[in-house]
Design a protein around this ligand. Structure first.
Ligand code: P1T
Length: 380
């Protein structure tokens, strides 16, 4: 099956054996009757499994070209489950430019529980190798990175990971499987904040993991059930519905993203524009190799280069909504330093470019002319 068919049918065979409904029923139930202890039809309690969640988990596995999918109550809950594979003393190497909440989870929760994190720019994979020792267990990659849009060569990192027998996890939230398929490039785990493009309509908070290895899947299922941070049936239905239009939404996000990136670059008041589709983006060649398009996420600074200037631009936008999050059909603007990345200490975030004057756009699928006029009036 091709990707554009998988979004609609992948993993969805015989979805409702009872009545043949085309969309999966929302099994809004916590439990299932048993004829005798253990005598059930495959479902006993909805923390362990729920048919609507199963339908979504099968779809997630299908679109990521993986075997096993798991859905969690948020993206961070999915990352939390991965970290629970490890024990005190284990070491993790992570990209240094990443979602502020992931950084907070790593440093404020898991460092306290005895895991050790190394944050490093991964554009050069030899930098990773120099940090590996016998305690190293996982490499955590976000690409494109949030919010600086750096691109990390998944195949190159996978080669290092395999050589040292580590697990490689890739946060694929920004690219989505429409643009990039990390398992195909050698990753062991692909993670999503399904809140974003997979859901696609800013009406759900959810996370997901997809893996190929049965042993790893079993460990993650155990953690999912033992901890209980699962996705609910209604939310599972909504994300499954979102996935059905992922390919056409992404196509439009990419088209609008490209136009806005070029518009910003040509605007006299704009200074730097971060978007991997530019030929002179430092990682453009890697993006071209591992992605089939460049997406709708763009960050930029203005020549005024001040907090006040950035705040005044985001406050003036009318079609773009000033809000946390991304990946919905509507365009959003954010100020990473005070919003999504406020939990990263200023000196740390500024090292990767997350300065006070940085603005991040999640370009939606509205008419491009309305988006450009909106940016024009806000920048004026
Ligand atoms: O918000 P949640 O569903 O828990 O997902 C966390 C997360 C993980 N990974 C990436 C790359 C993310 O961007 C996020 C959430 N990000 C935002 C809310 C944001 O505005 O950047």
């Amino acid at each position: 099956m091709k990707f554009n068919t998988k979004t609609i049918h992948g993993g969805q065979q015989n979805i409702d054996p009872a009545y043949g409904s085309v969309m999966p029923p929302i099994y809004q139930t916590s439990t299932y009757s048993q004829t005798t202890p253990g005598g059930h039809k495959g479902y006993e309690y909805s923390r362990s499994a729920n048919p609507t969640r199963t339908a979504l988990e099968n779809a997630l596995a299908s679109i990521e070209n993986g075997k096993f999918g798991l859905a969690f109550g948020s993206g961070l809950a999915a990352i939390d489950a991965v970290m629970k594979l490890f024990k005190p003393g284990d070491e993790i190497i992570s990209t240094n430019d990443l979602y502020g909440g992931s950084y907070r989870l790593f440093t404020k929760i898991f460092e306290g529980l005895g895991l050790k994190f190394h944050f490093v720019g991964m554009q050069d994979s030899s930098k990773i190798e120099s940090l590996i020792n016998t305690n190293t267990k996982l490499i955590w990659v976000e690409t494109p990175t949030n919010p600086m849009m750096s691109i990390i060569d998944i195949e190159a990192v996978a080669a290092v990971s395999k050589k040292h027998n580590l697990i490689l996890a890739v946060d694929n939230t920004f690219a989505t499987p429409y643009l990039q398929q990390p398992l195909e490039l050698g990753a062991d785990i692909v993670m999503h904040s399904a809140t974003k493009y997979l859901g696609g309509h800013s009406d759900v908070v959810m996370g997901s993991l997809v893996v190929n290895d049965k042993g790893l899947a079993d460990k993650l299922y155990f953690i999912q059930n033992a901890i209980g941070a699962i996705a609910g049936p209604m939310d599972s239905f909504l994300v499954l519905r979102g996935i059905k239009t992922l390919h056409i939404r992404m196509q439009r996000h990419c088209e609008n993203g490209e136009k806005i990136a070029h518009f910003l670059r040509s605007h006299p008041k704009v200074d730097k524009v971060y978007w991997p589709g530019f030929e002179d983006h430092p990682n453009h060649e890697i993006a071209k190799k591992q992605m089939s398009g460049y997406g709708g996420m763009i960050s930029f600074t203005t020549k005024e280069n001040s907090l006040k200037g950035a705040v005044s631009v985001v406050e003036k936008l009318k079609v773009f909504t000033l809000a946390e999050s991304l990946g919905g059909v509507e365009s959003l603007a954010g100020h990473p330093a005070s919003m999504t990345h406020a939990s990263i200490p200023k000196e740390e975030r500024e090292k990767t470019g997350v300065v006070d004057s940085l603005i991040r756009l999640s370009v939606g699928i509205e008419d491009e002319e309305d988006l450009i006029s909106d940016l024009k009036q806000a920048l004026a």
